[in-house]
Each structure stands twice: as C-alpha cells, then as structure tokens.
Design a protein around this ligand. Structure first.
Ligand code: ARG
Length: 502
C-alpha cells in the first residue's frame, strides 16, 4: 500500500497506456496478475457495463451467442434480393424454383436473426433475475427459485435470497412474480432464520426481527409446506397481515473489539484494528489479501488465481489475526478446501474480479479474527465517502517487495461518473467496479494488496465495499485504485456459498 506523496515525472495525464505497453510493469512473482491486472483495461468496443449480458452463466459461451448473431447478420442481405425482385415480380410470397436456394438461405438467416434477437431480449429481461443458469443437466422447463431443484447442480435454486436496505430486509426472488419480494413476518421463526442463513452458507443466523414497511406485494411463509430451502415454503401474498416484513442478519460482523492505543500518521495498523484482513500465501509467499466474511469463507480477487495451478486449494494458506509477515507464528492459519472464482472474470477488462475461498476448518472469532459485513445489495457508498484500505502490498509503485507489516490508509470513494472521465479511466470502470483513492495521488493500494478490503464504516459497523482489483500504477495523480464492487457481486457470493455449503 502506498500512502505518501508520490509524484511521477513520466505521468501521462491524457491517456492510458496502450495495450502494447501493458507489460512494462508486469513481473513474477505471481502476486500480480499475469495479464494487465494493474493497468486500465483496454477501452474495447464492447460496452464495459453491458458485457457480458448475463452475470454468471455456467454456459457462458452459449449465453453470449445470441448477442452476436444479429450483429453478424446474413451474408446476403435481404434488401439486395428484394431489389432484384421488385421491378418485374410481385413481392414474392412463395419461392419460384430458381429462387428456392436464395429463399431458403434468406429464411434461414431471418429465422436465426429473429431467434438471436429474441434470445438477446430475454437475456436483457432476466438480467435482474437471480443466479444460476439453466445448463445442460436441467429439466426441459426450469423455474428459478420455485423451491424445486430442476437442475442436477441445483443452479436454478441458487441466488434466490438477498438482503436490502439499512434494516437488512430479507428478499426472496418470487418465481410467480419474477421479481424480488420481501417476506411477511407473520409465521416467521428463529428456526426459519437459521435455515435461511445456513442455506446461504453461514453457520446460523445472528439477528432476525420484523420491520414495518408497506410492501405492495410480498411472500408469506406457508407452515404446512415441507422445507427444502426458504423459497420452498413461501407463496405470494398481496400484503402482510401485520405490515411487518422480515429483517435478517446472518452474522455478527463489521465490529472491532477495542484495540488499545492509536495510529499516528496513519500507516502501520494495530493488531485487531482490521480483524477481517487475511494474507493469502501461495506456495508459501504472500501474494494477495483477502477478507473474512464468515467462519468458513474468505473473499478475494479473481486475478489472484493467475495460473491454472493456483486453482489448486492445496497451494494456498490463509493467515489471519496478525500484522507482521515476520511473525506468522502468532497468526491463525487455515488451509483451503475450495476455490471459486467468478466465471465472467476477464483479465482483459478486470470485470468481475472476485473469488471465494472456503476454509478447511472454520475460524474461531476473537478480537483479532472477525468478519467484515457484506453490504446489502442496494447499499450505497457515495462519492466522497471516506473509507479504508489495508494490506501487505508494496509501499511504492515498482518496489520489489511487499510490506512486512499490515498498512492502512484512508481513501475516498470516487463515483463512477468521475472515475470514467477521459482523463481518469476513460470508460474502463464497469458496474462491477468502484473507485477509491485520492485524485491528487499519493495514497493507494498497490501490488500485493489485491483481494484485500476496501471497508467503510456506517453507524459503527464496517462494510466491505470493495475488493482490491486494479489501478494504473500506484498512487498516481488521476489514477485511483479500482475495486470489485461487492454490492454488485454479493448475489454471486451467496450463490457460491450456498452451492458449496456442505
Ligand atoms: N492488482 C494488484 C495486486 O495484484 C492491486 C493493484 C491495485 N492498484 C492500485 N493502483 N490501486 O495486488
């Protein structure tokens, strides 16, 4: 982490490095992405915000296909043929024998185009619908979130739960309405709260209560139904009888137990101040940071798995509850049982730069080892908000080693409008990213901080707003850090935690 005034003479204010220059700062060891992780992505013609059209397909290529079919279009545009037909023939409704081949080709293309456009429209339409995708091992007709598993991998029933608002209101994707709905507090119970949280990969629930609101539509618990997952016991209801809906928190998170002493000048962190910070060692070296989000799960960046071998959980160690890499003996060590990285992660654009690691053995929470909170899906971290970054990364752009001690720095959230300005990242910041830093330079995350937290305090609770992802150099003027935006990726996280909860 760089956190001192730092002015670079070779700073290019106007534009970013072209892709051909993107290797100049790459290096081994792997802490750092093999392909351009630290540079602004190329400003490709593919609309950064809309590609890929679907969040996390398990059949990625198949899902994207419809997007391209219309663009390619037929090789013989229909207009040419029509023009030739016009002068002497009435608009052909049937094909004459000599035109048969043409006609067939045209109809084939038209059909394909129509199918493509249709599929594209459907994809756009379901964009807001929950995770999981119909893959080949699904039944012919699949209804998302209806409580019935219709795919061999249960993918149609993943990502059906989310939390909204400051009260952490529980929302379930209603299969009938095809939209997210709150749950009536009537007939809700602590046991259902536990089951819902366990479904999402937590050990139990932490807090549940009724909150008043006037939802126009909601879901109600049907106590006579057999429970396989929360969606299986819910049915549509126009209103909740008591007007109360369910608020649910699955974990006691985002709290630090008082640390003794104070940071002056703000660089080295005190033990226990950032208890969710972990150091991820690959082949026994620190390569990335990470954040504890539950006893069993650590979130990090997708680009930390920069080579095939890195997907092997046995190559990794997760250290927590320490602040010096020289004193790992005092740290809590966990091995990894599962790595799941976002399928849509792109090393070209750094979009969807997120991954989860499941620990072989649950963490025991102490004053030094605790989880950060995941924000609710619609939680906002507004432009200008002061947040914190922490990590064992380099203290200077181009430094040869990472930091022995955990460093902290405060940074401001930079809205994507600003961050995408021509002089800043010129459109490279997608909806899955959030910028934070100082446009005047000098404070930033750097190589080795990746995967670590960008946390913001809201009413005494710390939320994980971002996961350290990329930046052009470190701490340069007009080149803030870019972080994977957790609010946009928490549904994916829940679906992964749910899919790997046993
Ligand atoms: N990609 C880097 C890593 O692997 C993190 C870069 C963050 N860069 C920045 N300027 N904020 O550690």
């Amino acid at each position: 982490m760089t956190s001192f005034p730092n002015v670079y003479e070779n700073y290019l204010p106007e534009h970013v490095q072209p892709p051909s220059n993107r290797n100049t700062q790459e290096e081994y060891p792997p802490p750092y992405p093999s392909a351009g992780g630290d540079y602004p992505p190329p400003y490709s013609s593919v609309g950064a915000g809309q590609y890929p059209p679907y969040p996390y397909p398990s059949t990625a290529s198949a899902q994207y296909q419809p997007y391209y079919i219309p663009a390619q279009g037929p090789t013989h545009p229909p207009t040419q043929i029509t023009q030739r037909n016009v002068p002497h023939q009435k608009p052909a409704r049937s094909c004459s024998p000599q035109r048969k081949t043409y006609c067939c080709v045209i109809s084939l293309f038209l059909t394909l185009s129509a199918l493509g456009i249709g599929a594209y429209v459907i994809l756009r339409f379901v964009k807001d619908s929950p995770t999981g995708s119909s893959s080949s091992h699904c039944q012919a007709v699949v209804t998302r979130c209806n409580g019935i598993s219709e795919c061999a991998d249960n993918s149609d029933e993943l990502g059906c739960v989310r939390f909204s608002g400051t009260s952490s209101q529980l929302e379930v994707y209603g299969w009938q309405d095809k939209r997210w709905l709150p749950v009536c507090y009537t007939a809700w119970s602590p046991s259902l709260a536990d089951k819902t949280c366990k479904q999402l990969g937590y050990r139990s629930s932490y807090q549940t209560q009724g909150t008043t609101g006037q939802p126009s539509s909601s879901l109600v618990v049907n106590t006579t139904k057999q429970i396989t997952n929360i969606q299986s016991v819910l049915s549509n209801s126009l209103q909740c009888t008591t007007k109360e809906t369910v608020s649910l928190k699955c974990i006691d998170c985002g709290k630090r137990i008082k640390t003794s002493g104070r940071i002056v000048g703000g660089v080295p962190a005190l033990l226990g101040k950032w208890p969710w910070q972990v150091s991820l060692h690959y082949k026994s070296r620190h390569v990335c940071g990470g954040t504890i989000i539950s006893e069993d799960w650590v979130v990090t960046a997708g680009h930390c798995f920069f080579e095939d071998e890195a997907f092997d959980p046995s190559k990794w160690k997760v250290y927590s509850g320490f602040i010096s890499q020289r004193q790992l003996s005092g740290a809590t060590l966990r091995y990894v049982s599962k790595i799941t990285s976002h399928r849509s992660y792109s090393s070209d654009t750094n979009d969807y730069d997120i991954a989860l690691m499941k620990l072989q053995k649950p963490l025991e929470f102490t004053a030094q080892v605790r989880p950060a909170c995941l924000p609710t899906y619609n939680q906002e971290f507004p432009h200008g908000m002061a947040c914190w970054i922490t990590g064992f990364g380099r203290t200077k752009e181009g430094a040869t080693s990472t930091s022995d001690i955990l460093l902290e720095a405060t940074v401001n959230i930079i809205g994507s409008g600003t961050c995408n300005r021509r002089r800043i990242y010129n459109g490279a910041v997608t909806q899955r990213m959030i910028c934070a830093g100082k446009l005047s330079g000098g404070v930033d995350s750097c190589q080795g901080d990746s995967g670590g937290p960008l946390v913001c305090e809201v009413s005494g609770t710390w939320y994980l707003a971002g996961v350290t992802s990329w930046g052009h150099g470190c701490a340069r003027i007009n080149r803030p850090g870019v972080y994977a935006q957790v609010t946009q990726l928490s549904n994916w996280m829940f679906s992964q935690m749910e899919a790997n909860s046993n």
